[in-house]
Design a binder for this molecule. Structure first.
Ligand code: GLC
Length: 752
């Protein structure tokens, strides 16, 4: 019905539908016909994105005039009011909106576009990073660092597909995900939204996300555009602070940071987002080497590139490699940028730059074509509106919630256990004290989440109460905001711990986007160390001083310096940000209903002083290690305990045949409970013409094993995976011996 109304309104009646409105024509013809009808200003309008009108209202509410002029993170368009932006949409000068997080607004915005001369529908973008979690009432999965801890790309694929369906149900067409940056600075506030420090794991997860969001073979009409971000290197910034310079070699860029983006391109990703940072003095947002030579020529990307938030403007007002905002726009668009995020100043500025010959019309046509093509392929011209009556059949479907629970169960990593775990409900510990700022809050869901209905979220405390009904849980609420913990409550925790049989403390970070100024981590928030912020350490120490058993659970996105807790607590669990079902999953693990199986996708250094701290380091990394403290990581990539034990035997690398090596290893469950083991296969190039990492993940799989059961695992490695980059010879592999590693076993193999 909607489509018929829309088509008729375009043609002013039956029979004279313009070709671009004819779905029987191929997309290329429709794009060409439409562009012939567009003015230059309308073409530039397609390159422009604005923030959702309701978000403008909500974020600017209560801001002072000065705030409005200064704060680009939340104030939006000084001098423009909501109605002015609406009018720009009516005039076809906005091609896309983002941060439209109220269900229903997408239709209101599309209606504005339907009033424009050519009625080009809007592309609605949103940060659906672990579910469409900025929108209330959606399914919220574990954040990406937890998804990576499952080492199960299929879970990322399934949750991404489910997210795509929930997005389209509310009129969203484009997610700014996956974030496929390789996290190599544990201080960085955004580690939680990445798949960790290993390029191979990040690549497989990114590929799974793209196919989940977009479809198995390219873009499916009823799914969404994915966005490979942020290109590139912002996950190893100076001092770990978001947007700071990245100073790394081209070799590291090519061997570590580029591969996951290449994997996304090979999976058919249709959009890229550039990174905030500069590399070698050139902001990524004006870097033609990155946007043209690497992304398009080397990787073969054929979609469109969007800027990150006000980063075109930051070329002028931060990096100062442009003498004006207009100069920044020109440099960025000429370097390959196709869409501006965000705001009304772009269109008039770009129009002037084209009219004065600074930017050729051909560049505008190229960008506009890329954007329009995807709007046609998403079916937006036939159906710009979403069906408001069908929303609640799709959001929060039982199947989606079950996926969130399964992912949470597999994402949680057991770091220490002196035998106290698993607990028995109604057993030895009948009175359990529960406290900590993350014990009973929506912090369980991590960053890129706006408040969800309480009934949709199972907090850690609620999960314990659900899973262990025979146990009396005494809860002391420390409040959510970690920066402002109450010393009296922190002191009282010691008293309550003394009266209990056992304490369970939930600590970590505070990433509430609605309380931006009080965050301790997450986007744009980093600290100078990895210690627990606020009075959390005092809280744990008060509880430990009770002399009673104590279990510490971490709810965080980036690794924390927890050596002292590991040494003193009876158990230490990394829950990451396990999503809306995380409370159940964590409780099931503590009470032994689920055997923990997650492994760390990122290394835990003992302190921030050890950074750079990655498992795939070069041989000389510890040549002269730091002194007077242990220089080795506390927990390395791939670490994770279980309630059972596993033994590896008979690691047998075959021989390279037709460029493939098949490696077999026997894995046995030598304990008393069933479990799932993630088998990680690493390789080392023993000697080469350039330094090579001491180990690199090359294959992995997850296997279920009953007590006493042994399985022979067979994993394949392609010779292609052994290549490395050289400045003068490009990518090469060299014959010679390689060491293969799995579990505690080593074996050698020769590449002829
Ligand atoms: C932010 C983030 C980016 C996000 C965008 C839109 O600055 O860097 O990841 O997609 O803005 O919210």
């Amino acid at each position: 019905m909607t489509a018929l109304i829309f088509a008729a309104s375009c043609s002013g009646g039956k029979g004279d539908t313009p070709p671009y409105m004819d779905p029987s024509l191929d997309v290329d013809k429709r794009v060409s016909d439409l562009m012939k009808r567009m003015t230059l200003e309308e073409k530039i309008g397609q390159m422009n994105q604005c923030v959702g009108l309701n978000h403008i209202d909500e974020s600017q509410a209560g801001m002072t005039e000065e705030d409005l002029m200064r704060n680009t993170a939340q104030a939006f368009y000084p001098g423009f009011m909501k109605e002015d932006i609406a009018q720009l949409a009516r005039e076809g000068k906005v091609g896309s909106f983002l941060h439209s997080v109220n269900i229903g607004e997408a239709n209101e915005l599309q209606q504005l576009a339907m009033e424009s001369r050519l009625r080009i529908p809007l592309l609605m973008g949103i940060d659906a990073v672990h579910g469409c979690a900025l929108v209330s009432g959606t399914t919220v999965y574990p954040t990406s660092i937890g998804m990576a801890s499952t080492f199960e790309p299929e879970l990322v694929y399934i949750s991404s597909r489910q997210t795509a369906k929930e997005m389209r149900a509310i009129g969203m067409h484009w997610t700014f995900a996956p974030n496929v940056e390789v996290a190599r600075d544990q201080r960085w506030g955004r580690v939680g939204e990445t798949y960790g420090e290993d390029p191979y794991l990040v690549s497989l997860m990114g590929r799974a996300a793209v196919k989940g969001f977009q479809g198995d073979e390219g873009l499916e009409k009823d799914l969404v555009l994915a966005c490979a971000k942020h290109f590139v290197g912002g996950s190893q910034p100076v001092n770990g602070t978001n947007g700071a310079p990245t100073d790394i070699s081209e070799r590291t860029l090519r061997e570590v940071f580029f591969p996951p983006f290449r994997a996304c391109v090979d999976a058919g990703v249709q959009t890229f987002m550039m990174a905030h940072n500069e590399i070698e003095g050139i902001p990524c947002h004006t870097n033609a080497w990155l946007m043209q030579d690497i992304i398009r020529k080397e990787m073969g990307f054929d979609g469109f590139i969007v800027s990150d938030w006000m980063d075109m403007e930051h070329v002028y007002d931060l990096h100062r490699t442009a003498v004006s905002v207009e100069d920044a726009y020109a440099q960025s668009v000429l370097a390959g940028m196709d869409m501006h995020m965000h705001g009304p100043g772009f269109v008039p500025a770009m129009l002037k730059l084209v009219e004065d010959g600074t930017v050729p019309v051909s560049r505008i046509d190229q960008a506009c074509r890329r954007i329009l093509e995807l709007k046609f392929r998403l079916g937006l011209f036939e159906n710009p509106f979403f069906d408001t009556t069908a929303v609640h059949q799709t959001l929060l479907q039982e199947e989606h919630v079950q996926t969130a629970l399964e992912a949470a169960r597999k994402s949680i990593v057991l770091l220490e256990n002196n035998g106290i775990l698993p607990l028995t409900d109604g057993g030895k510990y009948k009175n359990v004290f529960v406290t900590g700022p993350n014990a009973h809050s929506q912090g369980i869901m991590g960053d890129w989440t706006f408040p969800q209905p309480g009934e949709n979220v199972v907090t850690f405390l609620e999960g314990l109460q659900m899973v262990a009904p025979k146990t009396k849980f005494m809860f002391l609420d420390q409040g959510e905001s970690i920066r402002y913990m109450d010393p009296e409550k922190v002191r009282r925790a010691g008293d309550m711990a003394r009266r209990a049989d056992l304490s369970i403390v939930f600590v970590g970070e505070y990433v509430n986007r609605k309380d931006w100024g009080n965050k301790t981590s997450g986007e744009d928030v980093e600290r100078g160390n990895l210690n627990l912020p606020g009075l959390q350490s005092e809280l744990i120490n008060n509880i430990l001083s009770s002399g009673k058993p104590c279990i510490v659970v971490l709810n965080n996105g980036h690794p924390l310096a927890v050596e002292w807790i590991a040494q003193q607590a009876d158990a230490l669990v990394e829950a990451w940000e396990p999503g809306m079902q995380g409370g159940i999953a964590l409780a099931e693990i503590l009470y032994g209903l689920v055997n923990p199986s997650g492994k760390l996708p990122v290394t835990f250094p003992r302190s921030a002083g050890n950074i750079l701290s990655v498992y795939n380091h070069m041989p000389s990394h510890f040549f002269h290690p730091i002194v007077m403290e242990n220089p080795m990581p506390l927990y390395e990539f791939g670490y994770g305990l279980s309630y059972t034990t596993y033994r590896y035997d008979n690691l047998t690398p075959g021989e390279f045949r037709d460029g493939t090596l098949e490696v077999q290893v026997d894995v046995s469950n030598t304990g008393t409970v069933a479990g799932e083991e993630i088998v990680l296969l690493y390789m080392r190039d023993d000697y080469a013409s350039m330094t090579r990492p001491v180990k690199e993940l090359k294959a992995f799989t997850r296997i279920a094993l009953e007590p006493g059961e042994t399985k022979t695992v067979s994993l394949k490695i392609s010779q292609e995976q052994l290549k490395f980059w050289t400045r003068d010879r490009g990518w090469i592999t060299e014959s010679g011996t390689f060491t293969v590693m799995a579990g505690d076993l080593f074996a050698q193999v020769t590449l002829p």
